[in-house]
Design a protein around this ligand. Structure first.
Ligand SMILES: C[S@@+](CC[C@H](N)C(=O)[O-])C[C@H]1O[C@@H](n2cnc3c(N)ncnc32)[C@H](O)[C@@H]1O
Length: 257
């Protein structure tokens, strides 16, 4: 199984692809975060119970940008469940891989806590103000042998992020870049894509999970990824779990060699 099991989207197919995706999906009307009354709660993912602490006070304390990471967003646990408990080309390629870098992990660190059992090293990254609670959550859900590292990587300060990652990676190549619910704002697209590109060689697979909200932002994102020499594959509905089928999109990208 390989990426070619998914649908390759070229520049000429973009508009039709996005139109069909939105018209064929039942969109969620909510914003997409877990609106838990308590700051602490448990998310069941298959047999795993993942304990999460969010920070509403963190959201209220920060009046400018950078507050979305204080919450857990719904596409992440759905993706974790799909990767752990379903057989498909992506789980096939991911299981047993080497280095995984997640961009925009948020405070919950749910992908680190669940998918790190399937790779050698998992680097969870985000902006500095989120890392303390991210470390606490990953600590609460720690696997017996922890291979998770937490690294500051702000896409608007790529030089510092790359140097932080290089210090941790010690020349190892990145096999997978994961980014979930990081595509929601036009302003961030160029920064996000530039950050992603610095991590990739021709073998790296970038997996981006989105909640379907503003179709113009998705269209712009896909267009920019193609302009940046990424091949774009859409994971068709037939592969997805029931939870991911409506209102979400999973894309895989690889640099053209
Ligand atoms: C909607 S949240 C998703 C968080 C997490 N992936 C999840 O699914 O729960 C978007 C994430 O992107 C991160 N983000 C936004 N701008 C960023 C930037 N310039 N550099 C690094 N991360 C950023 C936020 O801090 C936040 O964690």
């Amino acid at each position: 199984m390989s990426l070619s099991d998914f649908t390759l989207i070229g520049k000429d197919d973009l508009y039709e692809h996005v139109y069909l995706l939105y018209s064929g999906s039942k969109l969620n009307n909510d914003l997409g975060y877990y609106p838990s009354k308590a700051d602490k709660f448990v998310i069941p993912i298959g047999e795993l119970d993942i304990e999460i602490e969010q920070s509403k006070s963190g959201v209220y304390a920060m009046h400018e940008t950078g507050t979305t990471g204080f919450y857990l967003w719904k596409v992440s646990p759905l993706f974790a469940e799909w990767m752990l408990y379903h057989k498909h080309p992506l789980s096939d390629m991911f299981n047993g891989c080497g280095v995984v870098v997640e961009l925009g992990s948020g405070v919950a660190g749910i992908l680190a806590s669940t998918l790190s059992t399937r790779c050698e090293v998992f680097l969870a990254t985000d902006q500095r103000h989120l890392l303390k609670l991210l470390a606490k959550n990953i600590g609460s859900n720690r696997q017996p042998k922890s291979n998770i590292k937490i690294v500051e990587f702000d896409w608007e300060n790529i030089e510092l992020g790359v140097s932080n990652l290089e210090a941790t990676l010690e020349k190892r190549q990145v096999d997978f870049v994961l980014a979930f619910d990081t595509i929601y704002n036009s302003f961030l697209l160029d920064h996000f894509i530039a950050a992603t590109k610095t991590l990739c060689n021709s073998e790296t697979i970038v997996v981006v999970g989105i909640q379907l909200r503003d179709e113009d932002v998705l269209l712009e994102f896909l267009q920019k990824m193609l302009d940046n020499s990424f091949q774009c594959y859409h994971v068709d509905q037939e592969w997805l779990s029931p939870g991911l089928k409506n209102g979400y999109g999973i894309y895989c990208f690889k640099l053209c060699s």
